[in-house]
Design a protein around this ligand. Structure first.
Ligand code: GLC
Length: 472
Protein backbone atom coordinates (compact mmCIF):
# COMPACT_ATOMS: atom_id res chain seq x y z
CA UNK A 1 0.00 0.00 0.00
CA UNK A 2 1.35 3.45 -0.82
CA UNK A 3 2.38 5.47 2.22
CA UNK A 4 -0.39 8.01 1.80
CA UNK A 5 -3.06 5.35 1.37
CA UNK A 6 -1.81 3.76 4.55
CA UNK A 7 -2.07 7.03 6.43
CA UNK A 8 -5.62 7.53 5.22
CA UNK A 9 -6.59 4.01 6.12
CA UNK A 10 -5.12 4.49 9.57
CA UNK A 11 -7.15 7.66 9.97
CA UNK A 12 -10.24 5.81 8.91
CA UNK A 13 -9.63 2.99 11.34
CA UNK A 14 -9.14 5.44 14.21
CA UNK A 15 -12.33 7.26 13.28
CA UNK A 16 -14.16 4.01 12.85
CA UNK A 17 -13.59 3.01 16.47
CA UNK A 18 -15.96 5.64 17.75
CA UNK A 19 -18.69 4.86 15.22
CA UNK A 20 -21.63 2.80 16.17
CA UNK A 21 -23.57 2.37 12.95
CA UNK A 22 -22.32 0.73 9.80
CA UNK A 23 -23.76 3.69 7.91
CA UNK A 24 -21.35 6.06 9.66
CA UNK A 25 -18.43 3.74 9.01
CA UNK A 26 -19.42 3.54 5.41
CA UNK A 27 -19.62 7.34 5.11
CA UNK A 28 -16.16 7.63 6.61
CA UNK A 29 -14.76 5.02 4.25
CA UNK A 30 -16.22 6.83 1.27
CA UNK A 31 -14.47 10.05 2.21
CA UNK A 32 -11.31 7.99 2.51
CA UNK A 33 -11.90 6.66 -1.03
CA UNK A 34 -12.60 10.17 -2.32
CA UNK A 35 -9.25 11.37 -1.03
CA UNK A 36 -7.42 8.33 -2.23
CA UNK A 37 -8.62 8.70 -5.83
CA UNK A 38 -8.56 12.48 -6.08
CA UNK A 39 -5.80 14.14 -8.06
CA UNK A 40 -4.99 17.65 -6.89
CA UNK A 41 -4.02 20.47 -9.21
CA UNK A 42 -0.48 20.25 -7.91
CA UNK A 43 -0.36 16.54 -8.70
CA UNK A 44 -1.70 17.22 -12.20
CA UNK A 45 1.06 19.76 -12.76
CA UNK A 46 3.66 17.27 -11.58
CA UNK A 47 2.05 14.71 -13.90
CA UNK A 48 2.48 17.11 -16.84
CA UNK A 49 6.13 17.81 -16.00
CA UNK A 50 6.84 14.10 -15.67
CA UNK A 51 5.06 13.53 -18.98
CA UNK A 52 7.26 16.10 -20.73
CA UNK A 53 10.43 14.55 -19.45
CA UNK A 54 9.32 11.07 -20.58
CA UNK A 55 8.36 12.49 -24.00
CA UNK A 56 11.80 14.02 -24.33
CA UNK A 57 13.56 10.77 -23.43
CA UNK A 58 11.33 8.71 -25.69
CA UNK A 59 11.88 11.02 -28.68
CA UNK A 60 15.63 10.76 -28.29
CA UNK A 61 15.44 6.97 -28.28
CA UNK A 62 16.35 6.62 -24.59
CA UNK A 63 14.51 4.28 -22.21
CA UNK A 64 11.13 5.83 -21.35
CA UNK A 65 7.66 4.77 -20.31
CA UNK A 66 6.45 6.75 -23.36
CA UNK A 67 7.56 4.90 -26.48
CA UNK A 68 7.14 7.90 -28.82
CA UNK A 69 6.88 5.79 -31.97
CA UNK A 70 7.57 7.58 -35.28
CA UNK A 71 4.85 6.74 -37.80
CA UNK A 72 6.49 7.85 -41.07
CA UNK A 73 3.50 9.86 -42.19
CA UNK A 74 2.19 13.39 -41.69
CA UNK A 75 -1.31 14.78 -41.39
CA UNK A 76 -3.23 14.61 -44.69
CA UNK A 77 -3.87 17.69 -46.79
CA UNK A 78 -7.57 17.04 -47.38
CA UNK A 79 -7.11 16.43 -51.09
CA UNK A 80 -6.49 12.67 -50.81
CA UNK A 81 -8.99 10.69 -52.85
CA UNK A 82 -9.98 7.21 -53.92
CA UNK A 83 -11.60 3.99 -52.71
CA UNK A 84 -9.99 1.99 -49.96
CA UNK A 85 -10.62 -0.88 -47.64
CA UNK A 86 -9.78 -0.54 -43.98
CA UNK A 87 -9.33 -3.21 -41.37
CA UNK A 88 -9.64 -2.11 -37.79
CA UNK A 89 -8.32 -4.39 -35.05
CA UNK A 90 -7.83 -3.07 -31.60
CA UNK A 91 -10.37 -3.93 -28.96
CA UNK A 92 -13.07 -6.50 -28.67
CA UNK A 93 -14.16 -6.10 -32.29
CA UNK A 94 -12.68 -6.36 -35.73
CA UNK A 95 -14.16 -4.12 -38.37
CA UNK A 96 -13.82 -4.22 -42.12
CA UNK A 97 -14.86 -1.08 -43.98
CA UNK A 98 -14.96 0.31 -47.50
CA UNK A 99 -14.21 4.02 -47.52
CA UNK A 100 -14.41 6.59 -50.30
CA UNK A 101 -12.45 9.84 -50.06
CA UNK A 102 -13.71 12.59 -52.30
CA UNK A 103 -10.54 14.72 -52.26
CA UNK A 104 -12.50 17.66 -50.83
CA UNK A 105 -12.20 16.96 -47.11
CA UNK A 106 -15.11 14.58 -47.04
CA UNK A 107 -15.31 10.80 -46.82
CA UNK A 108 -18.02 8.16 -46.74
CA UNK A 109 -18.20 4.61 -45.49
CA UNK A 110 -20.02 2.60 -48.13
CA UNK A 111 -19.81 -0.81 -46.47
CA UNK A 112 -18.93 -2.06 -43.05
CA UNK A 113 -19.07 -5.24 -41.03
CA UNK A 114 -18.21 -5.66 -37.36
CA UNK A 115 -17.00 -9.05 -36.15
CA UNK A 116 -16.58 -10.01 -32.50
CA UNK A 117 -13.16 -11.44 -31.71
CA UNK A 118 -13.62 -14.54 -29.58
CA UNK A 119 -11.29 -14.79 -26.59
CA UNK A 120 -9.68 -17.95 -27.96
CA UNK A 121 -8.57 -16.01 -31.06
CA UNK A 122 -7.15 -13.17 -28.94
CA UNK A 123 -5.30 -15.52 -26.66
CA UNK A 124 -4.37 -18.46 -28.92
CA UNK A 125 -1.62 -18.46 -31.52
CA UNK A 126 -0.86 -15.65 -33.96
CA UNK A 127 -1.67 -17.96 -36.87
CA UNK A 128 -5.15 -18.58 -35.48
CA UNK A 129 -5.70 -14.85 -34.95
CA UNK A 130 -4.48 -13.79 -38.40
CA UNK A 131 -6.39 -16.61 -40.11
CA UNK A 132 -9.50 -15.36 -38.37
CA UNK A 133 -8.81 -11.83 -39.66
CA UNK A 134 -8.36 -13.17 -43.21
CA UNK A 135 -11.58 -15.14 -42.83
CA UNK A 136 -13.45 -11.95 -41.82
CA UNK A 137 -12.06 -10.12 -44.87
CA UNK A 138 -13.24 -13.03 -47.02
CA UNK A 139 -16.76 -12.83 -45.56
CA UNK A 140 -16.80 -9.08 -46.16
CA UNK A 141 -15.76 -9.46 -49.83
CA UNK A 142 -18.51 -12.02 -50.31
CA UNK A 143 -21.18 -10.07 -48.42
CA UNK A 144 -20.63 -6.98 -50.55
CA UNK A 145 -20.07 -8.99 -53.76
CA UNK A 146 -16.77 -7.32 -54.41
CA UNK A 147 -15.03 -8.18 -57.65
CA UNK A 148 -12.11 -10.43 -56.72
CA UNK A 149 -10.53 -9.82 -60.11
CA UNK A 150 -9.70 -6.24 -59.03
CA UNK A 151 -7.05 -5.01 -56.62
CA UNK A 152 -8.02 -3.19 -53.43
CA UNK A 153 -5.70 -1.03 -51.35
CA UNK A 154 -6.20 -1.93 -47.72
CA UNK A 155 -5.10 -0.01 -44.66
CA UNK A 156 -4.63 -1.96 -41.47
CA UNK A 157 -5.45 -0.15 -38.25
CA UNK A 158 -3.63 -2.23 -35.71
CA UNK A 159 -4.10 -0.60 -32.33
CA UNK A 160 -1.17 -1.91 -30.38
CA UNK A 161 2.38 -0.67 -29.87
CA UNK A 162 4.23 -1.31 -33.10
CA UNK A 163 7.75 -0.20 -33.97
CA UNK A 164 7.15 1.10 -37.47
CA UNK A 165 9.85 0.67 -40.09
CA UNK A 166 7.80 2.63 -42.60
CA UNK A 167 4.18 3.47 -43.37
CA UNK A 168 3.44 -0.11 -44.40
CA UNK A 169 5.46 -2.21 -42.00
CA UNK A 170 5.98 -2.56 -38.27
CA UNK A 171 6.91 -5.06 -35.59
CA UNK A 172 4.66 -5.64 -32.61
CA UNK A 173 6.49 -4.47 -29.48
CA UNK A 174 4.06 -5.99 -27.01
CA UNK A 175 0.39 -6.89 -26.79
CA UNK A 176 -1.98 -4.76 -24.69
CA UNK A 177 -5.72 -4.82 -23.83
CA UNK A 178 -5.91 -8.51 -23.01
CA UNK A 179 -4.43 -9.87 -26.27
CA UNK A 180 -1.74 -12.51 -25.81
CA UNK A 181 -1.63 -14.38 -29.18
CA UNK A 182 1.71 -16.14 -29.40
CA UNK A 183 4.34 -15.78 -32.12
CA UNK A 184 3.46 -12.18 -32.97
CA UNK A 185 5.71 -10.15 -30.68
CA UNK A 186 8.73 -8.87 -32.57
CA UNK A 187 7.19 -9.81 -35.94
CA UNK A 188 6.02 -7.53 -38.75
CA UNK A 189 2.23 -7.65 -38.50
CA UNK A 190 1.85 -6.72 -42.18
CA UNK A 191 3.87 -9.81 -43.11
CA UNK A 192 1.71 -11.94 -40.83
CA UNK A 193 -1.43 -10.53 -42.43
CA UNK A 194 -0.05 -11.03 -45.95
CA UNK A 195 0.78 -14.66 -45.14
CA UNK A 196 -2.69 -15.24 -43.71
CA UNK A 197 -4.32 -13.76 -46.84
CA UNK A 198 -2.19 -16.10 -48.94
CA UNK A 199 -3.09 -19.13 -46.81
CA UNK A 200 -6.72 -18.22 -47.24
CA UNK A 201 -6.42 -17.71 -51.04
CA UNK A 202 -7.32 -14.01 -50.97
CA UNK A 203 -5.38 -12.38 -53.79
CA UNK A 204 -7.18 -9.12 -54.44
CA UNK A 205 -5.73 -7.12 -51.52
CA UNK A 206 -2.72 -4.77 -51.54
CA UNK A 207 -1.56 -4.04 -48.01
CA UNK A 208 -0.91 -0.33 -48.37
CA UNK A 209 -0.65 1.18 -44.90
CA UNK A 210 -0.33 0.25 -41.26
CA UNK A 211 -1.63 2.68 -38.67
CA UNK A 212 -2.34 2.92 -34.99
CA UNK A 213 -5.96 3.89 -34.21
CA UNK A 214 -4.80 7.22 -32.77
CA UNK A 215 -3.03 7.96 -36.06
CA UNK A 216 -6.19 7.07 -37.98
CA UNK A 217 -8.15 9.38 -35.71
CA UNK A 218 -5.70 12.26 -36.20
CA UNK A 219 -5.73 11.67 -39.97
CA UNK A 220 -9.54 11.64 -40.04
CA UNK A 221 -9.65 14.80 -37.91
CA UNK A 222 -6.95 16.50 -39.99
CA UNK A 223 -8.67 15.56 -43.25
CA UNK A 224 -11.61 17.80 -42.35
CA UNK A 225 -9.88 20.36 -40.13
CA UNK A 226 -6.36 21.73 -40.69
CA UNK A 227 -6.15 22.84 -37.02
CA UNK A 228 -6.25 19.22 -35.84
CA UNK A 229 -2.89 18.16 -34.47
CA UNK A 230 -3.71 15.60 -31.79
CA UNK A 231 -5.52 12.26 -32.11
CA UNK A 232 -6.77 10.58 -28.94
CA UNK A 233 -8.49 7.30 -28.15
CA UNK A 234 -10.49 6.86 -24.98
CA UNK A 235 -12.14 3.51 -25.36
CA UNK A 236 -11.13 -0.03 -24.46
CA UNK A 237 -7.60 1.35 -24.27
CA UNK A 238 -6.26 4.88 -24.23
CA UNK A 239 -3.52 6.52 -26.26
CA UNK A 240 -2.66 9.54 -28.40
CA UNK A 241 -0.52 10.71 -31.29
CA UNK A 242 0.49 14.19 -32.37
CA UNK A 243 2.47 16.06 -35.04
CA UNK A 244 6.11 16.52 -34.19
CA UNK A 245 8.84 18.48 -35.94
CA UNK A 246 11.20 16.01 -37.56
CA UNK A 247 14.21 17.74 -36.00
CA UNK A 248 12.93 16.85 -32.52
CA UNK A 249 12.59 13.13 -33.26
CA UNK A 250 16.15 12.05 -32.58
CA UNK A 251 15.27 8.39 -32.91
CA UNK A 252 14.37 8.66 -36.64
CA UNK A 253 17.51 7.72 -38.52
CA UNK A 254 16.04 6.73 -41.89
CA UNK A 255 15.29 9.16 -44.70
CA UNK A 256 11.97 11.00 -44.48
CA UNK A 257 10.77 13.68 -46.76
CA UNK A 258 8.85 16.21 -44.70
CA UNK A 259 9.01 18.75 -41.91
CA UNK A 260 6.56 17.00 -39.57
CA UNK A 261 5.87 13.42 -38.69
CA UNK A 262 3.11 11.89 -36.58
CA UNK A 263 4.38 10.30 -33.38
CA UNK A 264 2.42 7.66 -31.47
CA UNK A 265 3.00 8.26 -27.77
CA UNK A 266 1.59 4.96 -26.42
CA UNK A 267 0.63 7.04 -23.38
CA UNK A 268 -1.25 4.16 -21.76
CA UNK A 269 2.14 3.01 -20.51
CA UNK A 270 2.99 6.29 -18.76
CA UNK A 271 4.15 5.44 -15.26
CA UNK A 272 4.57 8.85 -13.60
CA UNK A 273 1.28 8.73 -11.76
CA UNK A 274 0.57 7.74 -8.16
CA UNK A 275 -1.28 4.44 -7.91
CA UNK A 276 -3.56 3.41 -5.07
CA UNK A 277 -3.75 0.12 -3.26
CA UNK A 278 -6.65 -0.91 -5.56
CA UNK A 279 -4.73 0.01 -8.73
CA UNK A 280 -2.01 -2.35 -7.59
CA UNK A 281 -4.42 -5.24 -7.13
CA UNK A 282 -5.84 -4.64 -10.59
CA UNK A 283 -2.35 -4.58 -12.08
CA UNK A 284 -1.29 -7.78 -10.34
CA UNK A 285 -4.40 -9.59 -11.60
CA UNK A 286 -3.94 -8.42 -15.20
CA UNK A 287 -2.32 -10.34 -18.07
CA UNK A 288 0.40 -7.66 -18.28
CA UNK A 289 1.43 -6.72 -14.71
CA UNK A 290 3.92 -3.89 -14.36
CA UNK A 291 2.86 -2.19 -17.60
CA UNK A 292 0.25 0.22 -18.95
CA UNK A 293 -0.32 1.99 -15.62
CA UNK A 294 -2.12 5.00 -17.05
CA UNK A 295 -4.32 2.85 -19.30
CA UNK A 296 -5.31 0.78 -16.27
CA UNK A 297 -6.55 3.95 -14.52
CA UNK A 298 -8.25 5.56 -17.47
CA UNK A 299 -9.67 3.15 -20.04
CA UNK A 300 -12.83 1.16 -20.53
CA UNK A 301 -11.15 -2.21 -20.35
CA UNK A 302 -10.15 -1.58 -16.73
CA UNK A 303 -12.44 0.99 -15.09
CA UNK A 304 -15.23 -1.49 -14.38
CA UNK A 305 -12.74 -4.00 -13.05
CA UNK A 306 -11.29 -1.38 -10.73
CA UNK A 307 -14.79 -0.57 -9.49
CA UNK A 308 -15.40 -4.28 -8.90
CA UNK A 309 -12.23 -4.60 -6.83
CA UNK A 310 -13.20 -1.62 -4.64
CA UNK A 311 -16.79 -2.85 -4.38
CA UNK A 312 -15.68 -6.28 -3.26
CA UNK A 313 -13.42 -4.73 -0.65
CA UNK A 314 -16.34 -2.64 0.63
CA UNK A 315 -18.53 -5.74 0.81
CA UNK A 316 -15.82 -7.66 2.68
CA UNK A 317 -15.44 -4.82 5.18
CA UNK A 318 -19.20 -4.89 5.67
CA UNK A 319 -19.55 -1.33 4.47
CA UNK A 320 -21.92 -1.87 1.57
CA UNK A 321 -24.69 -4.38 0.75
CA UNK A 322 -24.49 -5.18 4.46
CA UNK A 323 -27.54 -7.37 4.78
CA UNK A 324 -26.86 -9.37 1.67
CA UNK A 325 -24.85 -12.51 2.41
CA UNK A 326 -24.63 -13.46 -1.30
CA UNK A 327 -23.39 -10.05 -2.48
CA UNK A 328 -19.69 -10.91 -2.27
CA UNK A 329 -20.14 -13.99 -4.45
CA UNK A 330 -21.70 -11.83 -7.19
CA UNK A 331 -18.52 -9.81 -7.55
CA UNK A 332 -15.72 -12.31 -7.02
CA UNK A 333 -15.51 -13.25 -10.70
CA UNK A 334 -13.23 -11.01 -12.75
CA UNK A 335 -15.22 -8.66 -14.99
CA UNK A 336 -18.48 -9.31 -13.15
CA UNK A 337 -18.81 -5.53 -13.07
CA UNK A 338 -17.96 -3.67 -16.26
CA UNK A 339 -17.39 -0.12 -17.42
CA UNK A 340 -20.68 -0.40 -19.26
CA UNK A 341 -22.39 -1.13 -15.92
CA UNK A 342 -20.67 1.93 -14.44
CA UNK A 343 -21.86 4.00 -17.36
CA UNK A 344 -25.42 2.75 -16.82
CA UNK A 345 -25.18 3.54 -13.09
CA UNK A 346 -23.94 7.06 -13.67
CA UNK A 347 -26.52 7.54 -16.36
CA UNK A 348 -29.30 6.63 -13.95
CA UNK A 349 -30.66 10.05 -13.13
CA UNK A 350 -34.08 8.79 -12.11
CA UNK A 351 -35.24 9.75 -8.65
CA UNK A 352 -35.49 6.18 -7.47
CA UNK A 353 -32.27 4.97 -9.14
CA UNK A 354 -34.38 2.21 -10.65
CA UNK A 355 -31.83 1.09 -13.24
CA UNK A 356 -29.33 0.42 -10.49
CA UNK A 357 -31.98 -1.47 -8.52
CA UNK A 358 -32.77 -3.62 -11.53
CA UNK A 359 -29.05 -4.39 -12.06
CA UNK A 360 -28.91 -5.79 -8.54
CA UNK A 361 -32.23 -7.62 -8.96
CA UNK A 362 -30.73 -9.42 -11.97
CA UNK A 363 -27.78 -10.40 -9.79
CA UNK A 364 -30.20 -11.94 -7.28
CA UNK A 365 -29.97 -9.09 -4.75
CA UNK A 366 -33.48 -7.66 -4.84
CA UNK A 367 -33.47 -5.25 -1.91
CA UNK A 368 -30.56 -2.87 -2.13
CA UNK A 369 -31.62 0.22 -0.16
CA UNK A 370 -31.66 3.57 -1.92
CA UNK A 371 -28.79 5.04 0.10
CA UNK A 372 -26.55 2.11 -0.91
CA UNK A 373 -27.46 2.44 -4.59
CA UNK A 374 -26.53 6.10 -4.30
CA UNK A 375 -23.20 5.16 -2.73
CA UNK A 376 -22.30 2.69 -5.46
CA UNK A 377 -23.16 5.29 -8.07
CA UNK A 378 -20.91 7.66 -6.17
CA UNK A 379 -18.08 5.12 -6.24
CA UNK A 380 -18.42 4.95 -10.03
CA UNK A 381 -18.17 8.72 -10.24
CA UNK A 382 -15.06 8.81 -8.04
CA UNK A 383 -13.29 6.47 -10.47
CA UNK A 384 -14.58 8.01 -13.69
CA UNK A 385 -13.73 11.51 -12.48
CA UNK A 386 -10.15 10.45 -11.91
CA UNK A 387 -10.06 8.80 -15.35
CA UNK A 388 -11.38 11.89 -17.14
CA UNK A 389 -9.01 14.11 -15.13
CA UNK A 390 -5.93 12.08 -15.98
CA UNK A 391 -7.00 11.92 -19.63
CA UNK A 392 -7.34 15.71 -19.70
CA UNK A 393 -3.98 16.14 -17.97
CA UNK A 394 -2.33 13.93 -20.60
CA UNK A 395 -3.91 15.96 -23.42
CA UNK A 396 -2.76 19.19 -21.76
CA UNK A 397 0.74 17.75 -21.50
CA UNK A 398 0.96 17.01 -25.22
CA UNK A 399 -0.57 20.33 -26.26
CA UNK A 400 1.76 22.31 -24.01
CA UNK A 401 4.69 20.34 -25.41
CA UNK A 402 3.70 21.40 -28.93
CA UNK A 403 2.72 24.93 -28.03
CA UNK A 404 3.94 25.89 -24.52
CA UNK A 405 1.86 29.08 -24.17
CA UNK A 406 -1.11 27.70 -26.09
CA UNK A 407 -0.87 30.56 -28.53
CA UNK A 408 -2.91 28.83 -31.22
CA UNK A 409 -6.16 26.91 -31.24
CA UNK A 410 -5.91 23.11 -31.29
CA UNK A 411 -8.48 20.65 -32.51
CA UNK A 412 -8.18 17.35 -30.71
CA UNK A 413 -9.80 14.46 -32.59
CA UNK A 414 -11.11 11.97 -30.07
CA UNK A 415 -12.72 8.59 -30.56
CA UNK A 416 -13.68 5.74 -28.26
CA UNK A 417 -16.78 4.65 -26.38
CA UNK A 418 -15.70 6.08 -23.06
CA UNK A 419 -15.47 9.57 -24.52
CA UNK A 420 -18.53 9.11 -26.68
CA UNK A 421 -20.91 7.41 -24.28
CA UNK A 422 -19.85 7.65 -20.65
CA UNK A 423 -22.06 10.22 -18.91
CA UNK A 424 -20.14 13.27 -17.79
CA UNK A 425 -16.76 12.09 -19.10
CA UNK A 426 -16.28 14.90 -21.57
CA UNK A 427 -17.52 17.48 -19.06
CA UNK A 428 -15.06 16.09 -16.50
CA UNK A 429 -12.24 16.61 -18.98
CA UNK A 430 -13.30 20.16 -19.76
CA UNK A 431 -13.43 20.93 -16.07
CA UNK A 432 -9.78 19.89 -15.69
CA UNK A 433 -8.68 21.91 -18.75
CA UNK A 434 -10.27 24.93 -17.13
CA UNK A 435 -8.54 24.32 -13.78
CA UNK A 436 -5.17 23.78 -15.43
CA UNK A 437 -5.31 26.44 -18.12
CA UNK A 438 -7.91 29.03 -17.11
CA UNK A 439 -9.21 30.97 -20.14
CA UNK A 440 -6.70 29.28 -22.42
CA UNK A 441 -8.82 26.13 -22.09
CA UNK A 442 -11.01 27.74 -24.76
CA UNK A 443 -8.22 27.09 -27.25
CA UNK A 444 -8.85 23.37 -27.04
CA UNK A 445 -11.64 21.97 -29.20
CA UNK A 446 -12.40 18.35 -28.40
CA UNK A 447 -14.06 16.88 -31.46
CA UNK A 448 -15.59 13.45 -31.48
CA UNK A 449 -14.20 11.85 -34.63
CA UNK A 450 -16.49 8.91 -35.10
CA UNK A 451 -15.04 5.97 -37.04
CA UNK A 452 -11.80 7.93 -37.08
CA UNK A 453 -9.63 4.86 -36.90
CA UNK A 454 -11.25 3.23 -39.94
CA UNK A 455 -11.68 6.31 -42.11
CA UNK A 456 -8.32 7.71 -41.05
CA UNK A 457 -6.49 4.53 -41.96
CA UNK A 458 -8.00 4.81 -45.45
CA UNK A 459 -6.71 8.39 -45.63
CA UNK A 460 -3.25 7.17 -44.67
CA UNK A 461 -3.51 4.46 -47.33
CA UNK A 462 -4.25 7.25 -49.83
CA UNK A 463 -1.18 9.18 -48.70
CA UNK A 464 0.91 6.00 -48.98
CA UNK A 465 -0.55 5.06 -52.39
CA UNK A 466 0.24 8.57 -53.67
CA UNK A 467 3.86 8.17 -52.55
CA UNK A 468 4.00 4.78 -54.31
CA UNK A 469 2.72 6.16 -57.63
CA UNK A 470 3.12 9.95 -57.67
CA UNK A 471 1.07 11.96 -60.18
CA UNK A 472 3.10 12.82 -63.26
C1 GLC B 1 -3.61 0.49 -26.26
C2 GLC B 1 -2.62 0.25 -27.40
C3 GLC B 1 -2.50 1.47 -28.28
C4 GLC B 1 -3.88 1.93 -28.73
C5 GLC B 1 -4.78 2.14 -27.52
C6 GLC B 1 -6.19 2.58 -27.91
O1 GLC B 1 -3.08 1.45 -25.41
O2 GLC B 1 -1.37 -0.11 -26.88
O3 GLC B 1 -1.70 1.20 -29.40
O4 GLC B 1 -3.76 3.09 -29.49
O5 GLC B 1 -4.86 0.95 -26.77
O6 GLC B 1 -6.85 1.61 -28.67
Amino acid sequence: MAEEDQELLHLFLVMEKGMASSRDRSEAFFSYLEKMFSVSLKEMEAFINGFHSEMKKGLSGAESSLKMIPCFVDRPTGSERGDFLALDLGGTNLRVLAVTLDGKRSSTISATHKFVIPKEKMQGTGVVLFDYIAHCIDLFLTEYQMDRGKNYDLAFTFSFPVEQMGVASGNLITWTKGFTATGVRGRDVMVLLREALRRNHIQCINLTALANDTVGTLAAGGYVDPACDLGVIMGTGTNACYRERIGRIGRVKSAYDGEYMIVNLEWGNFDGVARTFYDRILDQNSVNPGAMYLEKMVSGMYLGELARIVLLDLIKRDLILVNEPTAGACFTEKRSFTTEDMSRFEGDTGEGLEKIASFFREKGIPKVPFHERKKIKHLCSILSRRAAGLGAAAITAVLSWMDPQLDRGHTVAVDGTLFEKYPGFKAGMRHVFKSLLGDKAEKIALVHTKDGSGKGAAIIAAVAAAVRSPKK
